[in-house]
Design a binder for this molecule. Structure first.
Ligand SMILES: N[C@@H](CCC(=O)N[C@@H](CS)C(=O)NCC(=O)O)C(=O)O
Length: 225
């Protein structure tokens, strides 16, 4: 394919930018990352992928665009139409439920308790129905669109667990998701592009926070929501 410039307008700490970077890396696509100033933005929201001068918006739509434009390497959607519909169902499910993350982090008392309950209710059907085996959503070792959609939810949930001091991603109650998490964040293209990366190359994880909590807090509020 003819080389056409690929630019990604995003924010390093945005889960939505992060999804797009994961997909570009898994596909081996060279791109220029342009840090958008959200206080003086060119586009209304990030991420925006600009390919050959054309803009594509909305992270999951960008991911499908990437998959269709570079189909040969690491296909992100199953070839089978039924399997594709299942993947799209789980992506829609996650996109609808992701709103529970914000109040878990920003609210207190009853509102926070309700958000924590919503979050557990989001994870339960995924644990019971979306991951028949302890692999990626596809049931094999290939990362797909659903994994990339879910990856940022799990990553930020880990950060919230640290900051709010709660445990939701528990190996006892959700063993499949827990094992999925271990496998997903071991993949090079994923772990080299994680939000809240420090200059020393450490990441915020649910077990250790190499940067100060109030810094995490600030980045979370400013960049993520
Ligand atoms: N549904 C969008 C969400 C994108 C989004 O919320 N981006 C935030 C940063 S993480 C943003 O641009 N906020 C700026 C604003 O809303 O003014 C997607 O998946 O791309």
């Amino acid at each position: 394919m003819e080389e056409v410039a690929v630019m990604l307008f995003g924010m390093p700490n945005s889960p939505f930018s992060c999804r797009v970077e994961w997909a570009l890396k898994l596909k081996g696509v060279q791109y220029e990352f342009i840090r958008e100033d959200l206080s003086n933005k060119i586009h209304k929201k990030i991420p925006v992928l600009v390919h050959g001068g054309k803009s594509v918006v909305e992270s999951m739509i960008i991911l499908e665009y990437i998959d269709e434009t570079w189909p040969e390497i690491n296909p992100l959607l199953p070839a089978d139409p039924y399997e594709r519909s299942v993947a799209r169902f789980w992506i829609k499910f996650l996109e609808d439920k992701i709103v529970c993350l914000r109040p878990m982090f920003l609210e207190e008392g009853e509102q926070q308790a309700n958000a924590i309950k919503d979050c557990s209710e989001m994870l339960k059907p995924i644990e019971e129905h979306a991951m028949p085996k302890e692999t990626f959503f596809s049931g094999d070792n290939n990362i797909g669109l659903t994994d990339l959609a879910f990856g940022v939810v799990v990553y930020w949930l880990g950060v919230i667990e640290d900051v709010v001091k709660l445990k939701i991603l528990d190996a006892q109650t959700i063993p499949r998701i827990h094992s999925w998490k271990q496998g997903f964040f071991e993949v090079l293209e994923i772990k080299e592009t994680l939000p809240l990366q420090t200059s020393t190359g450490n990441y915020v994880s649910s077990s250790s926070i190499p940067i100060r909590l109030d810094e995490v807090h600030l980045k979370f509020v400013i960049c993520v929501f």
